[in-house]
Design a protein around this ligand. Structure first.
Ligand SMILES: Cc1ncc(COP(=O)(O)O)c(C=O)c1O
Length: 411
């Protein structure tokens, strides 16, 4: 399903939003993260998929591959550490902790009694646990009933204490808030709610690094990022989309590209927000194979950015995501095989859905001239689920990927 956002506008980036998120702050986040040992150095690759572009009838498809961001497996590794660093700096103003020193664990003896807590579907919790371990503070993660054991183990591997509840995601958020109040811990959530905006703002600010790297990578190829026509951004609570779209809106103003947000049909909170004209809840079961996107409520802070810069909102079915995972894993003579997880492929699934329906493709302006940007937001963050859905392990896809790259170098 696709709707045009009735409130989408082409205007310069409003000052009120610039005071919340800005290119300057995203660039500062990038400098801090460059020193964090959990991230791979040099940012993530931007691949072109000419074979798929030809097949889908567009001029170019570029994929920013966040599966290669870090051992943590997803773009979420950019948000939690920034939010944690800024939180600690606010909590301990007198100590004047320096960001890179914090992430290097230089102040761990002072922070051993400091505890952060969050509910998670998986990726944010893993990133927060890893950041807390690096910083040297304590981390408690609350998991709802549908978070798989392999995701739980991946979080616990970074030293977080796990609290498992029998309820759903929204109840895990409530449990995290209750435990924080009871114990004097601090919630580091990637979604905002009434009276809680600073931390999710800092999380989103970290995601701006992705946009900065895209612009830079294209400039190195002597391509203007202005030539990109369509960005597909997958939506959970809306933080990723706000972080990327906000950066590019500030950079390009009214000349920004077309932004399309893609969500699972069962977790359509952003789609519903566009209909209602305000941050709203999902209408479906909020249970999707796209675990990272299975969010029932829009982040009101993210919505302040999305409400007027997202041109279209669309929903996809789980099986469309699985098809997209297989297509990216397969690769071809011209396209590198990619390990893209369930939530990572939502943008591609959205693109395929639109080009397969000429009426919809025309509505969003997709044609042979279009240059499309997709973000593979995660690799095989649940390796067992990945193997089952793709019928091949992530390791095996990576072996083929290496062979493909070697073949390229040999040419
Ligand atoms: C892999 C992946 N992609 C996209 C998203 C969506 O991000 P947001 O909830 O900020 O919209 C998530 C959220 O957890 C995720 O894990």
């Amino acid at each position: 399903m696709l709707i045009a956002n009735p409130n989408a506008a082409r205007a310069s980036y409003p000052e009120a939003l610039q005071n919340i998120m800005s290119i300057r702050k995203a660039d500062e986040s990038r400098v801090w993260l460059a020193g964090w040992s959990r991230l791979n150095s040099g940012g993530t690759p931007l691949y072109s998929l000419p074979g798929m572009a030809a097949e889908l009838g567009v001029a170019d498809i570029l994929v920013k591959d966040e599966s290669e961001r870090s051992v943590l497996g997803s773009f979420k590794a950019l948000g939690a550490p920034i939010a944690l660093v800024r939180l600690i700096q606010r909590q301990f103003p007198a100590q004047r902790f320096e960001a890179r020193g914090l992430l290097a664990g230089e102040y761990r003896s002072v922070l051993a009694g400091f505890t952060v807590i969050s509910a998670t579907d998986g990726n944010h919790g893993r990133a927060l646990a890893a950041a807390a371990q690096s910083v040297g503070c304590r981390c408690v993660i609350v998991l709802h009933a549908n978070v798989s054991i392999e995701r739980e183990e991946a979080i616990a591997a970074y030293g977080a204490e796990i609290v498992r509840i029998s309820g759903n995601y929204d109840q895990s958020v409530e449990e995290a808030a209750a435990l924080a109040t009871k114990n004097g811990w601090l919630v580091v959530s990637d979604t905002s709610y009434d009276g809680y905006e600073e931390i999710p703002r800092d999380v989103m600010q970290g995601y701006g690094v992705i946009a900065a790297e895209i612009v830079e990578a294209l400039a190195l190829r002597q391509i203007s990022s202005r030539t990109l026509t369509h960005f597909f951004l997958q939506g959970g609570v809306g933080g990723l989309a706000a972080g990327i779209a906000g950066y590019l809106w500030e950079l390009f103003g009214a000349e920004r590209p077309t932004f399309i947000v893609v969500e699972p049909v069962q977790a359509d909170c952003l789609f519903q927000s566009a209909i209602a004209g305000r941050a709203s809840k999902a209408t479906g079961s909020v249970d999707s194979v796209m675990a990272g996107l299975a969010c029932g409520e829009t982040s009101p802070l993210a919505w302040r950015f999305l409400q007027s810069c997202i041109d279209f909102f669309m929903t996809i079915e789980d099986d469309e995501a699985v098809t997209a995972m297989r297509r990216l894993a397969a690769g071809s003579a011209s396209d590198i095989p990619l390990v893209a997880g369930e939530s990572g492929v939502a943008g591609l699934a959205g693109l395929i859905g639109l080009v397969n329906d000429p009426r919809l493709a025309e509505q969003v302006g997709l044609n042979g001239e279009s240059r499309v940007l997709l973000i593979n937001t995660e690799g095989a963050t649940a390796p067992g689920v990945y193997r089952e859905l793709v019928s091949e392990s992530a390791q095996s896809v990576l072996v083929r990927q290496r062979a493909w790259l070697q073949g390229r170098c040999a040419k």
